[in-house]
Design a protein around this ligand. Structure first.
Ligand code: 5GP
Ligand code: MN
Length: 336
């Protein structure tokens, strides 16, 4: 815990030394950034800018949903277009952080900066992360990357703004402390962040539960058109590009759809297929008790956690569903 007097592990000493010597520090997270990814990147940016004001700290991410823009330094996030136009291309960062990314490819346009950097740090909690970079903080037992970052920061140097970003990361990856990844450590971390004056009600309502009118409409439609298979143990729904265009939404507006599918009575696995292109689907998977969806995602070149994972699969949606349910069936058979 950042609050405790625990002896600092060797990796943290190395990291602090690297940061102390660095002039330029880059930070990035995964493509299609979610709350934990955005919260983690901005929390680390805030921590470094506030505690090391003489250093240049840049954050690279794909565009973020507007509900996250209240976080400190969100407006400073560098997107691909700005990076390409502003002559940042080719810059060699002294230290570069990959946050919440299970593999380097998931860094998207920031991968070049990461690869070129003098010292590369990987902070992540995905079970499918095999490890990359010069220094790694990979903790599959942590609820979120934000929870790991908290252990790497000095508690008395965490400002209110930094605490807000960390708190946001935790609530998004735990579904507001509902998922099984929520541990005692998660709750203690959240408690320590509340002591920093985090406005928990506002953050939880405004960034997690609040939906726009069209988001609710799409959620309603996704639920109405959902289909139960495997004797009601699996539920799936498909959202086409036409649906997305009709409602004028993007993929970040789909947060929450899979969570609602997952809590359908009797369901073990929920699947959300989002059409990305002809015969190409992004698949989100959630399980409740038995099925390891990370291994299924991994078999399709994706990744994630035991109870929440994703991948992108070629084929018609029926074929995609069939090949995934075949794997679920094998895992469920092992139960008896
Ligand atoms: P979601 O279904 O919300 O997109 O993702 C669930 C979890 O799986 C997240 O932790 C996310 O990072 C991971 N994930 C989703 N899609 C992919 C993918 O295509 N590749 C990898 N490696 N991880 C993914
Ligand atoms: Mn995460």
């Amino acid at each position: 815990m950042g609050t405790g007097r625990v002896r600092e592990p060797q990796e943290l000493k190395i990291l602090r030394e690297r940061i102390r010597k660095a002039d330029t520090i880059g930070i990035s997270g995964h493509i299609n950034p979610d709350g934990d990814c955005i919260g983690s990147c901005l929390a680390l940016c805030t921590y470094l800018r506030e505690n090391y004001p003489d250093k240049t700290v840049d954050v690279f991410l794909e565009p973020v949903n507007k509900r996250f823009l209240f976080l400190k330094y969100a407006s400073d996030i560098i997107h691909q277009e700005t990076a390409d136009q502003s002559g940042l291309k080719g810059i060699v960062y002294d230290v570069f952080f990959s946050l919440d990314c299970s593999e380097t490819d998931r860094l998207g346009f920031a991968l070049d900066y990461f690869n070129e950097a003098s010292f590369r740090v990987c902070v992540d909690h995905h079970i499918t992360n095999k490890g990359f970079g010069d220094l790694m903080f990979i903790r599959p037992g942590a609820s979120s990357t934000a929870e790991i970052l908290f252990t790497m920061m000095k508690y008395d140097r965490i400002s209110h703004a930094c605490a807000e970003s960390l708190y946001l990361g935790i609530i998004h990856d735990t579904g507001v402390f509902r998922h099984t990844n929520t541990s005692r450590q998660t709750m203690e971390t959240a408690g320590a962040l509340l002591d920093k004056g985090v406005a928990q009600d506002r953050i939880i309502d405004e960034t997690f539960y609040r939906k726009t009118y069209v988001q609710n409409q799409l959620l309603g439609r996704a639920l109405m058109e959902s289909i139960l298979v495997m004797d009601g143990r699996v539920i799936f729904t498909v959202i086409s590009r036409r649906d997305m265009a009709f409602y004028g939404v993007d993929k970040s507006d789909l947060d929450g759809v899979i969570d609602q599918l997952r809590v359908t009575e009797g369901v073990e696995v929920a699947l959300l297929l989002t059409e990305k292109d002809d015969q190409l689907y992004k698949v989100s998977m959630r399980s409740n008790e038995y099925v390891d969806v990370s291994s299924i995602a991994l078999s399709f070149g994706g990744g994630g956690h035991v109870r929440a994972a994703g991948c992108t699969v070629h084929g018609g949606f029926r074929d995609v569903i069939n090949s995934i349910t075949a794997q679920i069936e094998v895992q469920m058979k092992d139960l008896v």
